[in-house]
Design a protein around this ligand. Sequence first.
Ligand code: GCW
Length: 834
Amino acid sequence: MRHFFLAICVLVAPGHLLAETGYAAWLRYAPIDATIRKHYDALPANAVALGDSVIIKTAQEELVRGVRGMLGRTLQAEASLPRERAIVLGTFASLKPLIPAADFPQHVRNDGFVLKVVTLDGFSCLVIAAPNDRGVLYGVFALLSKIARHDSVYGLNEVQEPYAPIRWVNQWDNLNGSIERGYAGRSIFFENGSVRADLKRAADYARLLASVGINGCTINNVNADPRILESAFLPQLARVAEAFRPWGVALSISVDLSSPKVIGSLETFDPVDAQVGAWWRSKTDAIYRQIPDFGGFVVKADSEGRLGPSSYGRTPADAANVIARALKPHGGVVFYRAFVYNHHLDWRDPKNDRAKAAYDNFHPLDGEFDDNAIVQIKNGPIDFQVREPVSPLFAGLQRTNEAIELQITQEYTGQQRHLCFLPAMWKEVLDFDLHAGGGSTPVKDLAAGRTFHRPTGGFVGVANVGMDTNWLGHPLAMANLYGFGRLAWNPDLSARDIAEEWTKLTFGNDPTVVRTTTAMLLASWRIYESYTGPLGAGTLTDVLGSHYGPGIESSERNGWGQWQRADHEGIGMDRSVATGTGFVAQYPAAVAKLYESREKTPDELLLFFHHVPYNYRLHSGKTVIQHIYDSHYEGAAEAGDLVRQWSSLQGRVDDERYEAVRARLDYQAGHAIVWRDAVCNWFFRISGIADTRGRVGHYPDRIEAEAMQLQGYTPLDVTPPENASGGKAIVCEAQAQKCEAMLRFDRPAGRYELDVEYFDQNNGESKFRVFVGNKKVDEWIADDRLPATKPGGDSSTRRRITGLALRPGDEIRIEGSPDGAERAPLDYIEIHAR
Ligand code: GCW
């Protein structure tokens, strides 16, 4: 049947595509073309919801909404079986009187569901049944997703179960409405120190989360403001819980461990102090009085300046347990983050290694955490870099609950301005076999608590959606939120399955759109990696500031410990036991054996584990330095090709989203070149080894702005120098209202493409106009909100003018009008024959 539908899809030409904002994300319920719609004609006309819980009601409403949107039919909502065919929603308990037990699977995990055609009262019904209300809701979403993807829904007989009980997202929202590492606008939860009056976005977010099986959401930054626990704040939190409740999403909050002292007026926050225990109990009781289905707390302590149990010589287990015990009677859980490390590490000591911190701090405490405490572990031992090995701590806790923390918000992976489909990376992490105790123990099993039979555990994703209409800024970035939910539900899904599902739900079933978008998504992580961070060295970004553009040396010689140890001879952190920091010893023997050896370590992690000379030969046969050059050139070219691929979908995707994606991809293609040049030039300078292919340092089509004829413009040294071409920008002089950079074209007449590389700071909106002779060929305002207040790798942006007719002798003139602190800065132009 499925193939039959696909065959039909191919024949259907894309009809008129309505503009879409992206707000509906993957829950568009877009009308299905009549030819295909016919195949759903036999769907019953009734939607029966057994029981009156708010979640079951929601499930019924969602079913009616979805079917109406996609099939143009309004199901009759019923509370009991009509004497005709129906779609029946209910828990196992509510269905028991109607269905003989033998007809139904008896053991389905909580939140799981059954979709099955059953004869009730002599009528063939499609039953969506589950052990609990939430499972019923998830079953409805699963059915609607099938319809949206044109799958058959006849003769269904399937059981779906979540891989783990914990499938949560964290939001790093501050009470003032900003979001730490959020790239899509202000908080949907908070503004001006309070919960927002209008929580429609919060409710719609919960719906999106529920549709992929996410059952908990922590709404405030792990760098928690203690005020969130003030009594006056609790009724506000209760309002958020109310918005979440219909969708079965448990509200949770991050708490500051010093709260008993800071807002509770105790003298201490020592976790083993009896008064502190009593304080947490009474605070927690007060929360549950107002929010009976409250999920629990998340704790970041002794980390990046947060206070923690170390203030009293206590352990993370002491701190987690005092809170766990307050939550226990209510069924809540506490997540204690393993992201505990010293950010004043002495870089001069070659034995020091931040990667060792989580294991060193938590492994000795294995078995000391209460049963409702969960250690939340970032996927890698450093911090969400574009490539890291998995954290050895997953194997290091065998008598402790754990959850894996993945980052949906693209902090180090392009901040939703670059395309980076993270499920591709997460799959490698989740499937990685740590060999923890004999047989095969992939990370997904360890995190889910399956390996060592833990009572709870699972998956946490740092999402950071914001008020931007499309939730995450880049329309394609929503594939990461979707993918996180899908993997938390079933980590055995492939990245391709997820990309295809998401594309169909988001853009429809046109096979060309599905094929092209899926291919783009699947390639994107490697593309991003190849121009931002070679061979496991980490994302070579500005680690002291934005975490965005290139900042190759920013990680070195400071206490943060994200060192690459690059010098004139070589690069890489020696983490071996034999000669390095000894980090490798934290892995189980089978894995340690691999990473201890320079030869056995896979190329893509070589520099994470070993320090090697630039002329070291990789398994690929290339030297490290040539790999750095090649991968950056290839990656930048592939980023450019993403634009071409997406452009082929014009007319097949609605214009609004088409243009939004296109604009981001255009920007990415330009910024990938900024990255390429910064990284390649830096390594060329430090190693002194030339690119065998002669590209690095040679830009035949480029004219530096400082080499043009300038009026009102003056050169400026950019730091670090590799972040601007030739190390220099030009900026308008202080008093100038208008500045000009000119050039006489001296190449053959023809059509050209003109790239103008300028700097778009967030502290002004300069205007640029480009003339050929007297004719204006383009103009724009540099009003993007990039994370930069000066010319450099974060602000560098490309404007591409295509199809330009040029003749020898033509004067090309760029006019800049500065605004505020942004002095219409320019880097260079490139003129490409096309
Ligand atoms: O990577 C760092 C981020 C911080 C974040 C921290 C964490 C919330 O740069 O912004 O703080 O990780 O995970 O606690």
